[in-house]
Design a protein around this ligand. Sequence first.
Ligand code: PIF
Length: 393
Amino acid sequence: PNGDLAGSAFRNGRRPCLPAPSPDCSNINLWNILRNNIGKDLSKVSMPVELNEPLNTLQHMCEELEYTELLDRAADTEDPYERMAIMAAFVISGYSSTYYRAGSKPFNPLLGETYECIREDKGMCFIAEQVSHHPPISACHADSNKFTFLQDVRWKNKFWGKSMEILPIGTVNVILPSFGDHYEWNKVTTCVHNILSGRRWIEHYGEITIRNTKSSACICKLTFVKGNYWSSNVNEVQGFVMDQEGKVVRRLFGKWHEGLYCGVPPSARCIWRPGSMPTDYELYYGFTRFAIELNELCPEMQDLLPPTDARFRPDQRHLEEGNVEMAASEKQRIEDMQRTRRKWQDENDIKHEPRFFKKVVDANQRERWVTNNTYWELRKSPGFINMENPNLW
Ligand code: PIF
């Protein structure tokens, strides 16, 4: 794959905690902001930085890859039904880290902002770029010897007064070369409850269908059950793998924050369970260990990353370090810079072209953003430090 790890010294120590705890944001009156923007697309409203966590939506897509060992396992599993069940576990695992994260929102990347993540331990190289600003669209691509992962994400949001729904558009893809599989699935709706008062919590609900576009041996259906106040089915997921004849060959059940089981209780077996949380996670944005590591900037990477990498974004870095005032003024400055660039482009009839992704129209006439395969090549030669790069901040 593209991700040859050249130039990245193997690091055995990643940081175990963030430099500063999350700031107190009890002074933020979200109601004032929302009230003044009723009926407006909230992605067009500039939100106070105190609502953010020190990660952006590009890094969030990478976070869905915390449990790539499931993809490695699927890539080594002969049985197509079992493989599909493991894929289901992977899909569900991508939601697990959201459990503790209702308190804040990710940074909205600037147009052209990028993010790379090399994980020698997972044998994986990930890249992502913000390819559209309005509407916000983030595209990513990850390679390993055992799988390829890609997606482009768009959202619509609906504000209901007490809660907010985030409706994702687009498909997620995993390719397993060992079997020539290409899995495709949709995402479910995410709802943030108690936006304005009380304790915020996150719920995911809806149906996911996982298909292998290269084989009709089986499909998988998962239901993220919508909870209600009285029942104990919070975060419940139910599903099954169905063969070509429509016969259920695997039953799946569990909770997206606790694990997935296959079979019928009490004899069911566990396919996946999330890792433990770091100490004091409540004070640190509810980040998992993997999330803590995502925005780390090690000295040996400084000259290898393009200056558009999210790790260099100053407002996000200030927030991570606990300097809220600096973060707020930098956010405003950077957003203004982006407005100026946009105005200049509009006036000169220049259309923004993403640097590392290209738009393609797939067999179903859907527009998709896929890698143009230049990132890792340019990183190696001539190296981003020797190139002209956009100046985003
Ligand atoms: C700014 O983004 P914010 C706005 O887009 C603003 O319009 C733009 O100015 P311009 C600025 O350049 C942007 O920086 C707004 C919006 C962004 C997302 C998608 O970061 C993730 O200030 C949503 O925020 C996931 O936020 C939410 O969209 C998970 O980042 C919880 O719509 C939202 C989210 C609403 C948050 C509610 C609070 C919940 C805790 O002049 O160029 O237009």
